[in-house]
Structures are given as structure tokens and as C-alpha cells.
Design a binder for this molecule. Structure first.
Ligand code: AMP
Length: 333
């Protein structure tokens, strides 16, 4: 690499593996942290530099942006980054950010996500536009990466109004509940290789949905979906070609919807039924927390590379290649 670049992110979510991957590929690493978080992250000794802010919105200040640019920083956005700083606000963020910023608008609005799935022809659960339409078990969810907070299962309109005051289409989604097993494959789309790579697969460990089977049936309690961790999984090998087909279609459609489309890490969140039907219920169009379960690498990255490649490292590898081939404008849009 010629000029020294810095890979930076904010102190949450998947920051540890992003910093580790940056170091492994020879970059400087920088962490933007609040004073409380700095102490925790320093324990891992992965950041060369710390930029301490009082609150996350300060990331958007001219002072912070100038400092990041002086250090030749490329920011890696993750779920908390987008959630804390704001998808709209990030559009005005004047520091190079890995990936295509246009995707933020598509992944932060569940109506747009659904349009993307339908156009890509991937199976997706039914959606209801008004509580009066609910005719089956339905999950009420909020937009954005809120870690499942506030979600609830409802049976019908009456049940909806028992649990929620009103339906706000700008913030909420009512989605058919699909019974089956969950699978959250993590992909990396490389614009330089023009290839979709499977980097790992996880399940979210959710409280109380995953705790409920531990209590006997007479004690009914409604499930909740607050993410507390992630469990690494692998899929039956015979199902993988279909997962790749869906991912290829998602990428092809993204190019039509917001040229040049989705770049880098993303995850398709899906349920697979006992008839082996796939229902994609969400896309996270950046590095997801579940990739933390596959540090230092997954079976799939081992099969492809013969060494340990986490998602954090895979991102750094793409940036390094783009720097060396003078193609940064293909990975930072
Ligand atoms: P989300 O915020 O869309 O990722 O949803 C949070 C959690 O709710 C998921 O990790 C699943 O456990 C569950 N979930 C979401 N949508 C569905 C669905 N349509 N059918 C079944 N489970 C779902």
C-alpha cells in the first residue's frame, strides 16, 4: 500500500473484529468512543488511535470529520453506527465510508426492503397494511436495528389494539409469523471480484423467545425478541445453492434499484419451513452482529481461503486491494 490509510469505526456492535481485521491487513486502526466505552475497548488493544466523543451525534461535527480525514480514515459502518448516528444524517457525513451510502435508505425502511425482496423474486412473509387485515399470527416490528425491542405477536385486530395504541406505518411493520428454523447467512459482495461470498451463518439468541421452552406450558408468557447474543450455525449443504441464488438475485436487483448496488457485507435474515421453503424477512445491508460468532473465520471462509478470514478482515482485504489497484471509488460510493 502507498499512502497509509486508517480503518475506523465506532465503539459498539462488531467494532472489535473490524479493528482486528484492519490490523491483520496492515492498516492503522481507529476507534470513535464515548468515555465509558473507551475503557472496555482498551482492554483488547486493537485500536491504534482513539477519538473520544461525548455523544454519538458528535461524530457528525466538523471537528471530528476533519480529524478523521486528516488521518486518511475509511469508516466501516455497522448496525449501531447507523442506529446511533442516523441513516439520514449519515448521507451528509463527509468522510469516506466503505460501501454504497444509497443502501441506507433501502435498509432502514421495511417497506422498501419488501419492495427489494419482491423485485428480486425471493420468498418473503405476507405484510399487512392495516390491523383490520390481520388474519393469521403476525409479528409487529419496528423499523431499524433496534435489537427486537418492543416487538409483539398478535392474532388479529382486537389483539393488536390490546397491545398497541395505534399503527404507525412510518415506524412499524405487521408481518406474517413464519414457523420454521431461522438462518441468517452473512454475505460479502465484492465489486472487485464481482462475486458473492458466504462468510458465515448465525442465529440470533433472543430473550425471551429462546428461553420459553424452558418453562412448562400452563405458564403462558408472550415471546419477546430482544437480541442477547448469536449462535454460529451451518446449513445443510444441499440448501446452500438456493441461499446463493437468493443472494445473487438480491445483488442483481440492488444494482437496478440503486446503482451500483449493494457493496460489501450484508445478511439475509430468513426462516426455513419444514417444506424447505425460504422466507426472507429482513436484510441488513452492512456488517451484522452475528459475524462476531465467526471470529477468526468460518467453515465457509476456510473452504474458500484456506485460512481464517472474519468479516472484519474480509472488508479490510477488499479495501487493501482497492487501494493497491487504485479502485477505491468502486468500494466507497
Ligand atoms: P427482525 O428485527 O426483523 O430481525 O426480527 C427480530 C426477530 O424476530 C428475528 O430474529 C426472528 O426471531 C423474529 N422474526 C422476525 N420476523 C419474523 C417472521 N416473519 N416470522 C418468524 N419470526 C420472525
Amino acid at each position: 500500500m502507498g499512502a497509509k490509510y486508517t480503518i475506523g469505526t465506532i465503539a459498539s456492535h462488531s467494532a472489535l473484529q473490524i479493528l482486528k481485521g484492519a490490523k491483520e491487513e496492515g492498516f492503522n486502526s481507529l476507534l470513535i468512543a464515548t468515555p465509558e466505552r473507551e475503557k472496555f475497548y482498551r482492554r483488547f488493544k486493537l485500536a491504534d488511535d482513539y477519538l473520544v466523543v461525548d455523544n454519538w451525534k458528535d461524530v457528525l461535527s466538523e471537528k471530528v470529520q476533519d480529524e478523521l480525514n486528516q488521518k486518511n480514515t475509511i469508516i466501516i459502518p455497522h448496525g449501531s453506527f447507523v442506529e446511533y448516528v442516523g441513516a439520514k444524517e449519515l448521507l451528509d457525513f463527509d468522510v469516506p465510508m466503505f460501501g454504497n451510502k444509497a443502501v441506507l435508505e433501502w435498509e432502514s425502511d421495511r417497506r422498501k426492503e419488501r419492495e427489494w425482496f419482491v423485485k428480486a423474486g425471493v420468498g418473503t412473509p405476507e405484510n399487512f397494511n392495516d390491523p383490520s387485515e390481520i388474519d393469521r399470527l403476525t409479528l409487529v416490528k419496528y423499523f431499524g436495528a433496534k435489537g427486537g425491542k418492543g416487538y409483539a405477536l398478535v392474532e388479529n385486530e382486537e389483539d393488536f389494539y390490546r397491545q398497541f395504541k395505534e399503527f404507525d406505518p412510518e415506524k412499524m411493520q405487521m408481518q406474517e409469523y413464519i414457523l420454521g428454523t431461522r438462518s441468517y447467512p452473512h454475505f460479502f459482495y465484492s465489486p472487485l471480484d464481482k462475486e458473492n461470498e458466504l462468510v458465515g451463518i448465525d442465529l440470533r439468541y433472543e430473550s425471551n423467545a429462546d428461553g420459553l421452552p424452558r418453562i412448562p406450558t400452563p405458564h403462558y408468557m408472550p415471546p419477546t425478541y430482544v437480541v442477547t447474543g448469536n449462535i454460529p450455525i451451518v446449513l445443510r449443504e444441499s440448501l446452500l445453492p438456493r441461499v446463493f441464488d437468493m443472494a445473487d438475485s438480491i445483488i442483481k436487483t440492488s444494482k437496478k434499484l440503486f446503482n451500483p448496488g449493494l457493496i460489501g457485507p450484508y445478511s439475509l435474515e430468513m426462516v426455513i419451513t419444514d417444506e424447505l421453503k425460504f422466507y426472507v424477512f429482513e436484510i441488513s445491508a452492512r456488517i451484522v452482529g452475528g459475524t462476531n460468532a465467526w471470529i477468526p473465520g468460518s467453515p465457509y471462509t476456510y473452504l474458500k481461503y484456506g485460512e481464517n478470514i472474519s468479516m472484519g478482515r474480509r472488508i479490510a482485504m477488499e479495501i487493501k486491494r482497492a487501494v493497491n489497484e487504485n479502485k477505491l471509488d468502486e468500494v466507497i460510493i
